[in-house]
Ligand binder design. Sequence first.
Ligand code: ACO
Length: 401
Amino acid sequence: VVDIRKLYGNTGAFTYDPGFTSTASCESKITYIDGDQGVLLHRGYPIDQLAEKSSFMEVAYLLMRGELPNPNEYDEFVRTITRHTMIHEQLAMFYRGFRRDAHPMAIMCGVVGALSAFYHDSTDINDPVQRRIASHRLIAKMPTIAAMAYKYSVGQPFLYPDNSLSYTGNFLRMTFGVPAEPYEVDPVIEKAMDKIFILHADHEQNASTSTVRLAGSSGANPFACIAAGIACLWGPAHGGANEAALEMLREIGTPDKIPEYIKRAKDKDDPFRLMGFGHRVYKNYDPRAKVMQKTANEVLAKLGVTDPVFDVARELEHLALNDEYFIEKKLYPNVDFYSGVILSAIGFPTSMFTVLFALARTVGWVAQWNEMIEDPAQKIGRPRQLYTGATARDYVEITNR
Ligand code: ACO
């Protein structure tokens, strides 16, 4: 084989790193992960402490501004976000162009991308004020957009935001409330949902965040960049895994069927994988999965739900963690393993799971996008490639081929 690079006298070296397993694309101060130890810190604070003691709005402030807010800063931030919860009335019409059985993630990609057509006054990425307004708009409008995607798919009327409620309470009401009846936000569910949002808020340079940064590196507006992140998150190896994990647990059905599925997961001729297991970075227990398992216990107890899927999940975890294959490959439950059980108990259809992930991750995407724009070392992202195609050859007229 002729090395085409030598043909052109090109002998410069570069790294070949599929999946970027050992290449950093940026510097960041936002999130630290130690995958071997199972550690996740946001701006230095451990994820389990944030999930237990903080709120999603506070974590949003922390990720974006770098420090926890004092009471005044917190109130001002919540007020600002609350001011932006409405979406342009014309955007509601945009939904009506979708088939009613469209996947809500398909709607999310379209509607969030379309925000740039409605909010021209916050698309100049070189203006810090516009960047801040766009960031607040995205965080504030995501619950409204997500709830509307759900309402559209079930054929119910859209509900306007109720700004007297918390960020999470408002989202629950817009999703599950109906105009004809009062809706009481259950504080246990509200707290659990808020925790789930915290657990999904950021995870450094995962595929969707890297997508947001790469799209943003060309100077694209923030709404377009977040829409790109949503598209990437949709994949079953990333945000779509919680949907796939619950479907797998339901398919397993009863604990006696688990060994059969574990056997399949270990069979190299079978493409089947245990969904919700394994992680590119965590080679230890995903710290978010621990909080998620505890939250699942709390939610099921509060709702009085005895879901056999939860028993299957616990038994599957137990068997896999004691299996040679999973031990050797360091495969542990990830954040998606238990989240589906909780979300399903709360009443979300599986098609909404990734939408909820996108809602929460918007905070991380926005924080990372801002950090990138403000980084003086920032350049357009342009990976190299290792060319393996045909060597240089002369064009042949079509009649001679
Ligand atoms: N079940 C069975 N075997 C697995 C699993 C699994 N869930 N995950 C990885 N393995 C095996 C692979 O077959 C591979 O085996 P080999 O060394 O014999 O070839 C080895 O473990 C390493 O797997 P890779 O795919 O190379 O690891 P990678 O870091 O690229 O993938 C990923 C990580 C995509 C998360 C993978 O573990 C997976 O597909 N898990 C299931 C999907 C899932 O739960 N995704 C959610 C991730 S978390 C998130 O996005 C929020």
